[in-house]
Design a protein around this ligand. Sequence first.
Ligand code: GLO
Ligand code: MG
Length: 345
Amino acid sequence: MAKHTYKFCFGPWNISEGQDPYGPPVRSPQSFDWKLKQLKRLGFDAMMFHDDDAVPEIDTKSDAQVRKEVRELRQKLNDAGVAAEMVAPRLWFDPRTIDGAFTSNDPQCRKYAIQRSLRCIDVARQLGTDLIVLWLAREGSYIRESKNARQCMDYLVEAVDAMLAYDKKIRISIEPKPNEPMDQAYLPTIGHALALAQLTRDPKRVGCVMESAHAILVGLDPADEIDFAMSFGKLWSLHLNDQNGLKFDQDKPFGSANLRVAFNQVRALERNGYGRKGEYVGFDVHPFRTTKVEHWLAHLENSRRTFLKLVQKARTFNEKQARTLIKNRDYAALDQMVIEHLLGK
Ligand code: GLO
Ligand code: MG
């Protein structure tokens, strides 16, 4: 089979200003138009969106106003030859999501979260994508006893069902993450996301997004998460990045903390033919706080550069030799073979 080429995307939030819980921004925010121009200049293919990246302050706007702004945005994207990869409802900023969105203890707040997600679907359809990403940021708890996790599963299914019923064409990709901002999240792994999918009214339209840092945070190997999702045909999007162990979500450049883990992710993508159905490789990476304005896009360029180099490494890996070593159960030699392959000549 001919080797395919990959398509790449990132979101406007990936050109971030350097704030962290202990300090304010260190770079002045840039406009959306500037970010789109940079995406184009770097030769990326698509942009990922939150609903309010597409329509700022979406909650304060009428449906007609939202439609108008999305129409204008679509025109901008068309003019730039850039696709919208997905749209994700931002269910973690509004005060009504303070105690969770779909799983809030307050029925009015749960209703808001669903309404907002349906609006997000309108935005996605108008932007020409059928993919909705759900990063369930606040669906979990800090205080275990404050929520009924069993009940919360029903709430999550109810919300996903409402979205599936609202539009018969959309697909929902759940992006699991084990913690941050929550102490414990309800859907921490790809396995949880795909199990929940089975409880919905149309499991075929519920898949997942694998983010490397999130998998590492839960103590799993991101390559295994890719293989697992792809064995269900349900890896519809990707957030590649890197993470140095179990701490806050670092969103480092792809391959920055562990090249071998990155290599294995690329190898998993290659062997499963990720991208052949039009899926994009997204980089959910952030610049370091110390990054100077003139180097503001380096983390994106570098992530793609590393990815493409690792594609070459995956394609030139001596599979035949590896198979022989596996047959002989000579895993020590296999281990060294991988190391030397990654080190190069
Ligand atoms: C945070 C998530 C976040 C999502 C994005 C899309 O940890 O990775 O960046 O990917 O909001 O829903
Ligand atoms: Mg992400």
